[in-house]
Every structure is written in structure tokens, then in C-alpha cells.
Design a binder for this molecule. Structure first.
Ligand SMILES: [Zn+2]
Ligand SMILES: [Zn+2]
Length: 366
């Protein structure tokens, strides 16, 4: 009750305002706050408040009653919000317009369904048709989804008389206040099932395992959610079905790291190959490919294989494959190999394998 504001305050007027001043204040505020000109919910609320206040204060009779009972400040005012004040002065309905109760339709959209799909790295890259088994509610075939035993049909709800609403009467100092609530017997539908279907117990739907072939598109990534329209739970009373959402999980590749649609891998190149150059056979998603390595290839060199990455999801084109060269140092030199390397070191003036300390060349990291 503390939230309710004084009707004069709502219109920005003193209690001594004349009918003319009330009318002028209302016109000005209504122009300012009209819902058509803003669309902001807060403004719309304020518009309703202003309208309600005006309708009471512009009627000398109602104004007098308000001044008598509602004028003692917020504490003295026995209502939760402005619509209740309004109901107190105008009877049932919201802001003077009596609403005809209309029952809600029994029809409901089915709930969405979720399932997980685990794919190998290659399946995610190139797409796959996968059978997904889900527990989905489907329309009951005994009652055709109505929930009523065959040969019977839903009847008018006895609690609410088919309106879907139950009227409640409260007494207040201004007289009786009527409020309407959704009927709990029929969930506001106005219809009651007396003879419930034996199979679905009146639900109209039964649980059933269903296997759905799903085409997972090429290029999906770990963690994405695919929406398959219409394959969720069946709707109630012939309502449309929900959707199926598939959470995609993708196994890691032992070779490739995926970043977006690009792939990254390290290619191990032995020291001598790196020095002399070589033609390499490398593994790609599409099978073996050939890569030419120039003589004197350094560790850290990046080789880009265009179009050898992951296909773009839902459009043409593919990412690239990036190979970073890692030059490997031999650790298993035999006697003869060691002698050859020592010979090479001597020829190049690169002291190695013991002896006096060697001056090393430093540079800034790049
Ligand atoms: Zn049934
Ligand atoms: Zn009812």
C-alpha cells in the first residue's frame, strides 16, 4: 500500500484545483505520455495512472468520495495499486472497460527437447548423418491428443462454467471489488475432461522413444547448438510441436588444433633435412599432401596450405592448414655420424663437442 500515490500528485495539482485545471493538466499529460508516441512500458504505466486519476477527479461525485476517504496520505489508502482504486469507483474491469472473460485455448505448443551428439573431429569437419534417439512426448493415439476417452469429449468446466476464470468478490470501504482469477480446475481452458483417456491419463500425450536421423552440417564446432525445427515434444491438443536442440561435442584430434575454421599443427623436420631442403608428405584432413621445404628452413617457419582447413559452416569455402616447422636435433648419433658432423663443424669453423668456450651470438627475440 505504500506504493500508491496521491491522485492529485499524479496530475501534479493541488487539492484545491478546479475542474478546469484538472482537465487541462490531464490533456497536457496525456499528450506527453500517450503510448502511441513512445512505446516505453514505464511511460505506458504512467499514462494509465494519469488516466485513472483523471477519471476519478474529473467526476465531482467520485472526487468528493476520494477526498473523503483517500485523502489522508498513502497510509490511509487501502489499495495495492491504481487499478484497484479504479475498480472501487467503477466496479469490475480494468480502467472502466469491462473485460469479457475468454477461456484460453487448450492448444499448446510442445516443449523443446535437448540431446547431445558426440562427433569425431573428421565428422564435425565434413558433416554426417547421425541417428539421434530421444524420449519425446507424442500425441496419444488412443484419444488423438484430446485427453478424453474415445467416444467422449471434453465438457464445460463445472468450476468456472466454461469461462476459464473464477470471480472473487472482496469488500472494501467503497463497496464490493470483483477480481477474476484463472480457473485451476481447467487451467483456464474452460473445458474439463470427465472421462480421462486410459492411456495418457488426460494429458493427450505419451512418452515414446524416437529415433531421428539428423544431418549434422559440415564445419560444426564443439559447443554449438543445432536447432532441428518441429522435432521436440508434441504439442497439446493438436498444438504445434517444439524444437529439438542438439548440443554438439567434438572429440579432439591427436594432430590438429582447430581455431575457427583454420587448423594448426607442428611438422617435425630433422636438422639435416631442414638444412638441405626436402619434399615432405604431410597428413591433412583430406589425406596425404606434399609440401616443399627449401634448403636452410628455420625452426618456426610457417607453411600455409590454403583450403585444407575446416569447411565453413553453411557456406562455401574452407579454412587453411598452418604447419609450423620444428627442426629436430638428433640425439642418437652413431660413431660414424658423429665423426661426420665433427668434420662438418671444423670445415665451417664452428667449434663443437667440448674444447674451449665458444662465443655465442645473441639477438632480440622476434
Ligand atoms: Zn490419450
Ligand atoms: Zn474451469
Amino acid at each position: 500500500m505504500a506504493g500508491i500515490r496521491d491522485l492529485y500528485e499524479i496530475l501534479g495539482l493541488p487539492r484545491t484545483a478546479t475542474q478546469d485545471e484538472i482537465r487541462k493538466a490531464y490533456r497536457r499529460l496525456a499528450r506527453e505520455l500517450h503510448p502511441d508516441s513512445s512505446g516505453d512500458p514505464a511511460t505506458e504505466e504512467r499514462f494509465k495512472e494519469v488516466t485513472a486519476a483523471y477519471e476519478i477527479l474529473s467526476d465531482p461525485d467520485k472526487r468528493q468520495r476520494y477526498d473523503l476517504y483517500g485523502g489522508g496520505g498513502p497510509e490511509a489508502f487501502p489499495f495495492g495499486d491504481i487499478s484497484e482504486i479504479f475498480e472501487a469507483f467503477f466496479g469490475t474491469g480494468t480502467f472502466g472497460r469491462r473485460r469479457e472473460p475468454t477461456p484460453r485455448s487448450r492448444t499448446r505448443r510442445g516443449e523443446d527437447l535437448r540431446a547431445g551428439v558426440l562427433l569425431t573431429f573428421e565428422e564435425a569437419a565434413f558433416g554426417i548423418r547421425r541417428d539421434v534417439t530421444v524420449d519425446a512426448l507424442r500425441a496419444c493415439d488412443r484419444c488423438g491428443g484430446s485427453g478424453a476417452e474415445p467416444g467422449t469429449s471434453p465438457t464445460r468446466c463445472r468450476t468456472c462454467g466454461g469461462t476459464g476464470q473464477v470471480q472473487e468478490v472482496r469488500r472494501s470501504i467503497f463497496g464490493t471489488v470483483m477480481t477474476a482469477r484463472g480457473c485451476t480446475t481447467c487451467e483456464g481452458t474452460g473445458q474439463e475432461i470427465q472421462a480421462k483417456c486410459e492411456r495418457c491419463r488426460g494429458e493427450g500425450r505419451v512418452a515414446a522413444e524416437r529415433t531421428i536421423p539428423v544431418d549434422v552440417p559440415a564445419g560444426v564446432a564443439h559447443g554449438v547448438e543445432l536447432r532441428v525445427p518441429g522435432l521436440g515434444h508434441a504439442g497439446r491438443a493438436a498444438g504445434p510441436p517444439g524444437d529439438l536442440f542438439l548440443s554438439i561435442a567434438v572429440k579432439e584430434s591427436p594432430v590438429f588444433e582447430r581455431r575457427g575454421q583454420d587448423l594448426f599443427a607442428v611438422v617435425e623436420v630433422p636438422m639435416v633435412q631442414a638444412a638441405l631442403g626436402a619434399e615432405l608428405e604431410v597428413e591433412t584432413l583430406d589425406g596425404e599432401d606434399r609440401v616443399k621445404l627449401g634448403p636452410g628452413t628455420e625452426s618456426g617457419t610457417v607453411i600455409r596450405l590454403r583450403g585444407k582447413g575446416i569447411p565453413n559452416l553453411g557456406r562455401r569455402g574452407r579454412g587453411d592448414l598452418y604447419l609450423t616447422v620444428h627442426v629436430g636435433t638428433p640425439r642418437d648419433l652413431g660413431k660414424e655420424q658423429r665423426r661426420l658432423l665433427e668434420e662438418l663443424a671444423e670445415m665451417r669453423g664452428e667449434a663443437a663437442g667440448g674444447g674451449p668456450a665458444v662465443r655465442a651470438h645473441l639477438r632480440r627475440p622476434t
